[in-house]
Design a protein around this ligand. Structure first.
Ligand code: G3I
Length: 319
């Protein structure tokens, strides 16, 4: 049977990939699946390129975790998506508690983005330069960056990232921007204004952390409204969770839901690829955050494929 990245590439997409984390890389059966290029030709580090990992103290950088995952990906000719330069969460405490003034914090954002993006210069397909910067109503989410610098912190990060690695595609990434709605409209308005000020932005990442049986309607139209801005789009953190216990009916619905999300990307030329947020229920973030929910990925916790696997193939092949 065809592999997931084979199906994606046959459909004209750049990649199908998975997030992973350093502590998974000693799990033999796990990495024999993750390193199979026929399944995954793109990898995203789930944690080791975030600010708390890469710059734990001001001017002190630690790239070891990211290096390990980049080396793993390169061994299997897998593209890498960098995640993420500027985010309010998993942010090193010295930044949130630093009480910096506007120009100092701008310099800190510039220095951090420059150091991280230059470290992996030429090795990254894309960077999530900023992550989760909107509220559900499309206004800017409160953060130390917004409070101290204002909305222009976004531009500061993108300009620094482009300067540091012109070869990387620069993305804005968020959740709950999968269908039409106020948050997606916030994204449209910001990207339009960034573009008109010649701020270097190349893509919009839709995290797509979704729920079985209640996908947002109009995912395809939303992808199209984003690509109409002159950027590419990617589904960057796909998982489709269900309320336990697992039943055959829920697994079948999950297959259908994966098929329709992948189908939406497949139908939109500027949707370049799909990344799932790890590939097996064994390592999913969901049970630790959403009690009583989980089973969100195409391989189960015993590394056996689920019907969702076939749904992904169907989404790319149309059958
Ligand atoms: O590394 C420490 C370890 O030293 C410690 O013993 C352990 C117990 O406290 O925590 C470990 O850190 C955990 C980290 O993952 C690494 O495993 C954190 O507690 C835990 O909160 C963190 O969760 C990550 C989560 O982001 C935090 O927001 C998940 O792994 C990661 O998959 C998840 O990914 C995010 C994306 O970055 C953005 N979109 C949403 C997505 C899901 O939350």
């Amino acid at each position: 049977p065809v592999g997931l990245s084979q199906a994606a590439k046959a459909a004209g997409k750049l990649y199908f990939g998975s997030a992973t984390d350093n502590y998974h890389l000693t799990d033999g059966p796990y990495i024999s699946i993750l390193s199979d290029q026929l399944q995954f030709n793109q990898i995203t580090p789930g944690n080791s390129m975030k600010w708390d990992a890469t710059e734990p103290r001001r001017g002190v950088f630690n790239f070891a975790g990211g290096d390990e995952i980049v080396a793993f990906a390169r061994k299997s000719n897998q593209l890498v998506r960098g995640h993420t330069c500027v985010w309010h969460s998993q942010l090193a405490p010295w930044v949130t508690q630093g009480n910096f003034d506007n120009s100092t914090l701008q310099q800190i954002v510039k220095d951090h983005t420059t150091a991280v993006v230059s470290h992996w210069k030429g090795q990254m397909y894309a960077w999530d330069v900023v992550n989760e910067i909107f509220n559900e109503d499309g206004t800017f989410r409160q953060s130390v960056f917004l409070d101290t610098i204002g909305p222009s912190y976004v531009e500061v990060a993108f300009r620094a990232a482009r300067e540091a690695d012109p070869s990387a595609k620069l993305y804005l990434n968020d959740y709950n921007i999968d269908g039409l709605g106020a948050k997606s409209t916030g994204v449209v308005n910001l990207v339009r204004s960034l573009k008109s000020s010649n701020v270097p932005i190349d893509g919009i990442g839709l995290q797509a952390h979704l729920i079985v049986g209640s996908l947002p309607p109009n995912i395809q139209e939303n992808l199209e409204q984003f690509t109409n801005l002159g950027v590419e789009v990617a589904i960057t953190e796909l998982d489709i969770r269900m309320t336990l216990p697992v039943t055959p009916e829920k697994l079948e619905q999950q297959r259908k839901d994966y098929a329709s999300v992948i189908g939406a990307c497949n139908a939109v030329k500027g949707c370049v690829g799909v990344t799932i947020w790890d590939f097996t229920d064994k390592y999913s973030w969901i049970p630790s955050v959403f009690a009583g929910e989980g089973v969100a990925l195409p391989w189960d916790e015993n590394l056996e494929r689920k019907p969702a696997y076939d749904g992904i193939i169907q989404g790319f092949t149309g059958q």
